[in-house]
Structures are given as structure tokens and as C-alpha cells.
Write a protein that binds this ligand. Sequence first.
Ligand code: F6R
Length: 598
Amino acid sequence: MCGIIGYAGSDSDAIDVLLDGLSGLEYRGYDSAGVALSNQTLHVHKREGELSALESALPKSEYENESVGIGHTRWSTHGPPSDVNAHPHTDDQNRVAVVHNGIIENYQSLRDELTAAGIEFESDTDTEVVPHLISTYLADGIDRETAFRRAIDRIEGSYAVAAVFEGTNTIYAARRNSPLVLGIGNDGYYLASDVPAFIEYTDRVIYLDDGEFARLSPSEVVVTDADGTVVETSIETISWDPEDAGKSGYDHYMLKEINEQPDALRKCLRGRLDELEGTVDLESVPPIQASGAIQFVACGTSYHAAMYGARLLRDRGVSAQAFLASEYDEETIPVGGESVVVGVTQSGETADTMRALRAANRAGAKTIAVTNVVGSSAARECDHVLYIRAGPEIGVAATKTFASQQAALTMLACQLTENISRETIQALRDVPDLIQTVLDTSNARAVAETYEDADAYFFIGRGYQYPVALEGALKMKEITYKHAEGFAAGELKHGPLALVTENTPVFALVTGDDERANKTIGNVKEVEARDAPVVAVTDGRSEVERYADHVLEVPGAGGIASPIVANVQLQLVSYWVANRLGRSIDKPRNLAKSVTVE
Ligand code: F6R
């Protein structure tokens, strides 16, 4: 989704900081980009397409003395990708330039009002109403900051907004339901939607809260509330190493992040498991007596992790259910303080998940955020937060965060139910090494090459492997742009079997040798009888290999670790199919990393 960067510094290098910042935001997904540099006059440059298009259009040498500016990567919502629709947007006298993330819900009525007053709009965007509103107030003789605040007061919906004006070196910013973080550097102040935009310059940050405003100049940063009263802020230090956010020699972030899973999991588990005592200690989540239901809300990959978490709780005798956050409504919200709602969200900013969590908060449920991003909206607005500690994930397709979510949810289920065995602790401890074995020995690349021309890919699994089947299909469609679907193995015969042909490989997740595994083997036989190629993703305990054309091995002792390990094989198959097809793996078309609209 859209990304914002801003810099007010004493060094004359704003243009470099802005371009670095935009590059740090690319992973969020975008289709155009732009910058505005402010001083005596405003200079705005914007281009549809990749950042390189903007860079080539920028007369950089003309801006060597500029030290203040804002930049933006746009992911289209109102109007197609184009130079005109790209941000920043200005008023008709070029006095103010504005960048915005989010959706202005009342933009049409504001646009009608401004058009009736004689203002001509250039773009199709909702954002353009903001510079025109500001300009109207300036024309009434109102000072810049008050004009900015009045304009923000008029807009409804979600926003992170930053504005620069001609004739001043100050940036004004505000947020509501869309992230904005300030960076405190030695030679100036930064503003961004997300820390990777400025992590190479500073690791000291202030998270803006909803309803707050910020004023940044080369000499100070001031945060105020809606009434203009100065808010006391605390500076936090980010523990990410800038190197963590680089590709470290891998062709793609996705491959790097797949390979980082053993390390990410070790960090997730560190200090939280006590083998001798047989206990889990999630310092940030106190023991909660969940006498009511436990509900999970999440989207996409995080929803698959949530399904896994809900099953863990059900298997421990607790009534638990995972909901797609976008489908979670007032009727599904448990009433009273006994119920627990767990929001699973890598970014901590997903609009659908935040809406569901806010509704749960209002209904009086205890809320827990399971997230990767320190200081994110989910982390700040839930009663408790469990960090998955996966480190920055830049590839749009979630990989290591899924594994870390599964591990964190396993520990959470143990803590919430006070039900943990030494086997579970051992299984969790073994996961990083087992994944390393998969990474070192996987034949996923060969399997991908065999099936790169397939018409479609199907994934089947039961129990804990069902969410992994869904996740395998989601990953495949996201990065290869090919049709892929995941099914509960038992559902195949209730319709999807009609799709199966000799050109639709079926990936069957079969671990263990219990009744579930044997039933899935029955489904595999149904597929095989219809000449579809079968790829068994298996620990070799059952006889599924007999019916398979290829095997992807899942090392280890089975149990709760298997789904986490098995998924890595599927990530690798998708990666290599996408690689063979020459897809834009880290930034798949139409997708965004942080989905901040509902
Ligand atoms: C898929 C993917 C998305 C996200 C979803 C939720 O690879 O990344 O499906 O899982 O948009 O995002 P978070 O976890 O940030 O709430």
C-alpha cells in the first residue's frame, strides 16, 4: 500500500534521503511515486511506474541545496496509476504539496464543494481535496499550521497525511487509522509510514497515535493532540539492523526470508520455553482465564496461521474459532470481559484486522495482538501483545512471518490453557533445525521445473495441514499468477475433483500415520485414478509415497511441528515456479505488503 517519507534536516541532502526512503518503502507495493521539496518555492516531481522512472525524471543537481521534503509511493485506489494521479498533490497556486495514505470517505462531497467554489481538480484522487482545502484557508489569511489542521478536521476516513509549503522548511503531518512514525536523527527529523524507510539513518523513533499531529523542522519535532496541546512522547529504539532489511546476496527478498526462517524461529522461541520446568513464559501476555470463547481475527496468510492457532486451542478443549477479519461483524463479537479476541497480523496495521480488533475492544473482550511490528497499531491498541520477532519482512508474500506466527500461536495456546508437555516444547525447539534440513536438501526446485507449465495447482490437507494447504495455494497464486486452490482433503470429492486433470498437480500434505493421514491417502488415490500428478509432502510415516509421482520430505518427529516444516517445501515450490516464469516475486502485481484499506 502507499508509503510516506518526509525529512527536515540540516544537511542539504533531502533528495537522497527521500529517494532512499521511497526505495525502503517499495516492498509495500506501489504503482507510481513522487517527491516535493520545499523552501522558497515548491518543486514537485512524480511519475507512474517504478522508482527508476521518477529518478530519471528528477533534475537532482538542481536540488542539491534542499534540506526539506516529502515523498510518496502510491498504490491506486481512486483513479488508475498515472503521473497526474501520483502524489504529492498541490493546490492550484502551488503553495502546498500533500501526500496521503488511506481513504478519504467524504472526498466526493468535499470535491463538489470545492468545485462549486471554482476550483479545478487535476487528478481522480481523493487526496487532492486536501491541498485545495488548505489553500482555501490560506486565502482567508489563516496561518499554515491552522490551515492544515482545519483541512484535516474536515476529512473523514483513514489517513496519514504530510504537507509541505512554499516559503518554509516545516513539514506538517497527522494520522488516523493509518501508520506514521517519526525518526529522530542527529542531523534532522524523519517521518514515514514504516521504519524501513529511514532505518539506515536512525533507529530512534516516536510512534504517532491516532488523532495526533506532528510538526517537523530541521531544529525540532513537536507532537500535538487534536486541540493543539503538546503531547509528551517517548523515543523508542528499533532493534533491526539495516543489514536485515537488505537482500544479503539473494536474488529476491522472498528467498532470503524463506532461508531466514530457522533464525527467525529461534528468536521467536528464545527465553520463552523452559524445558526443565516444562513451562512457557510469554512475559507480555499474563495468564488469562478465558471462560468464554477465544476468537481469532486475521486476513490472508495470517488467517491461515490463525486457523492453526484455533485448532491448537480446540484440541486443548477450548472453544476457539478463526474468523476472516473482513467478515467479523457485531454478531460474532463475544460480549463481556471473559472472552478473548486474538488479532494475528504481521504488519499490525491491516485495516480489516484493526477494524475487527477495535470492535472487540469496544465490546469489552480482552484483545491480544500477535504481530511482528513493534509499536504498530495492533500492538498499541490491544490489551496485550505477543511479538513474533521475525525481523523485517520485505517480500510482499509472507513467509517467515507465517512460520513465526505458527510458533508464537503454539506457545500462546499452551499458555492460555496452561497445557504444555515436554514433547511440545521439544517439538518447537526442533523446528528451526528441521527447517534448515529442508532448506539444505529440498528438491522443490526440480518439482517446480517439472510442473511450471501446469494449468493449475491444488493443495490438500486435513487437520493442522489444512491451513498449510490453503497457505500453499495462496503463495502459489500470489507470486506465479497461476490458478491454485487449497482444499480440506475430504472436500475434494464434493466438487473440486471435477477440476482435476493430468495437467493439475495435486500437492498432498500427509504427515504422521493416523486416521487423518490414511483418509487423506484415500483422497490421493481418487486423484491418482484421474491421472493427476501427485506430489506427496510427507514425513514418510504413511504409505502415501506409493501413490505419489514426487515426494517433498518433511523431516522430524511429526506432531505440531510438521505443518510448520511442511509449509517451507511449498514456499520453495512456489518460489521456483515464479522464478522460472520470470515473475515479479518480491512485488507481485496488484498486491501490497501492508493493506491499510478495508
Ligand atoms: C500473503 C500476505 C497477505 C497478508 C495479509 C494480512 O502472502 O502477505 O495475505 O497475510 O494481507 O497481513 P497482515 O499479517 O500484515 O495483517
